[in-house]
Design a protein around this ligand. Structure first.
Ligand SMILES: O=C(O)[C@H](O)[C@@H](O)[C@H](O)[C@H](O)CO
Length: 429
């Protein structure tokens, strides 16, 4: 199967995040984050692994930029580590932290690659978490201060800005079921963290605009929800996973079914949250399926495994057409939405000769083209990820990179998929 062509000017990119690749967690004045605390807590991460070194990007960023240059990407989506820039999440910036991102972004720009800056990819400064984290409305105000600080320093180099990566995962996995940092299991009582993150998003958009940001969007993860005949269960899961984080931004309203779970006065914040954007970033990995609970419980749905598809080594079903389905659904649901970028899409497979990853890319890019032929305005695609990295509570076993990392020697080895993606990008020029 060959990949269809993409329009002139289509953006080809790769994505990473600070905590998953930087390492040097106690260097350069960086403060502790919720993930440093979580990885240091026995039983939270597979095999007791942590990210104190991971791919050591903090010291080896020039090597990684050279790999991106070989790849020929147009853009590189990275994240700033809040605890590296503001060690306690408030107050003056840490000069060494800013200097690291100066070095990194200068190298990216010198390589002719456009930096795409995510302000936050789940590494909340521990001091803010101790003060309530995203359960506290004040954290949104702290985030706005941080956004202004980073915007003022880097708006001259960053071409596209993303305030928050996947607020859904922080709310559901971090505060709802406790699988991720900070490890709270509040179930639906976690939903105020969604509102406070969305408020932080809106406040950051205006802070970045004031700092001269060129283009601002999101990186929300979305999944088509399957649930034939499971009406209420599927609708609730869709509201929780998709609409809770898209409707306020794209429609200026929350799904009715969740109103009772949001902080008092939430509606007053909607105009801030619904600040106009230049693009809507979608992170897509897999469809989800819901079923009506077999017994009374706290949630009006149960997750049903998606079967009958190839599986990744991270237990995700590979369903390329679900990406087309998702984008067409969003296009119909949000007629006024800005142009879309796929800010993450990827898969975990082992080995340097990674035929499965090339098949994954072929299938998803074909589905993406079909969504575009169906009228969805998609402007770019960022593969997750450039290099193997720390996959949160799963540790280092799932390998998502186009480049293999030997975690003993930190050697980088391009995989077959790296060469395949490079050739695709070259052909698309
Ligand atoms: O989507 C996410 O969960 C995150 O943005 C990434 O940090 C993950 O590492 C990636 O998706 C693979 O699971």
């Amino acid at each position: 199967m060959t990949v269809p062509s993409f329009p002139e000017g289509f953006v080809w990119g790769v994505s990473t995040s600070a905590f998953q690749i930087e390492g040097a967690t106690a260097e350069g004045g960086r403060g502790p984050s919720v993930w440093d605390t979580f990885t240091a807590t026995p039983g939270k991460v597979a095999r007791g692994e942590d990210a104190r070194v991971t791919a050591d990007h903090y010291h080896r960023y020039a090597e990684d930029v050279a790999l991106m240059s070989q790849l020929g990407v147009d853009a590189y989506r990275m994240s700033f580590a809040w605890p590296r820039i503001q060690p306690t999440g408030s107050g003056p910036a840490n000069a060494e932290g800013l200097a690291f991102y100066d070095r990194l972004l200068d190298a990216v720009c010198e390589a002719g690659i456009d930096p795409v800056g995510t302000l936050y990819h789940w590494d909340t400064p521990q001091a803010l978490e101790d003060a309530g984290g995203w359960l506290s409305r004040d954290t949104a105000a702290r985030f706005a201060d941080y956004a202004a600080l980073v915007g003022e320093r880097f708006a001259d180099r960053v071409k596209m800005w993303i305030p928050l990566n996947e607020p859904m995962v922080m709310s559901i996995f971090g505060y709802g079921i406790g699988e991720y940092a900070p490890g709270r299991a509040l179930l639906l009582d976690a939903l105020p963290t969604a509102h406070h993150q969305l408020l932080a998003h809106g406040l950051a958009v205006s802070a970045l605009r004031a700092a001269g940001a060129a283009s601002i969007g999101t990186a929300n993860n979305h999944s088509p929800i399957w649930g034939e005949g499971e009406g209420e269960a599927a609708a609730f899961l869709d509201a929780l996973i998709n609409r809770l984080f898209a409707d306020p931004i794209l429609l200026g309203s929350y799904p009715e079914v969740l109103h009772g779970r949001l902080p008092d006065g939430f509606a007053d914040d909607l105009p801030v949250i619904a600040a106009p954007l230049d693009f809507y970033g979608v992170n897509y990995y897999e469809p989800m399926a819901a079923t009506t609970p077999t017994a009374p419980g706290p949630l009006p749905f149960e997750l049903r495994p998606v079967e009958g598809y190839p599986m990744t080594t991270n237990d995700s079903p590979v369903v390329p057409d679900a990406l087309r389905e998702l984008l067409v659904t969003m296009h119909e649901r949000y007629p006024g939405m800005p142009p879309v970028h796929i800010t993450e899409n990827g898969c975990s497979f082992d080995g340097i000769h990674d035929r499965e990853r090339i098949d994954f890319l072929t299938g998803h890019l074909t589905a993406l083209r079909e969504a575009m032929d169906a009228g969805v305005d998609v402007r770019g695609y960022f593969f997750w990820s450039l290099i193997d990295n720390f996959e949160w509570s799963k540790g280092y076993a799932p390998r998502f990179g186009l480049v293999h990392i030997d975690y003993d020697t930190l050697a980088r080895t391009p995989k077959d998929s790296f060469h395949w993606y490079r050739d695709l990008i070259k052909r698309s020029r």
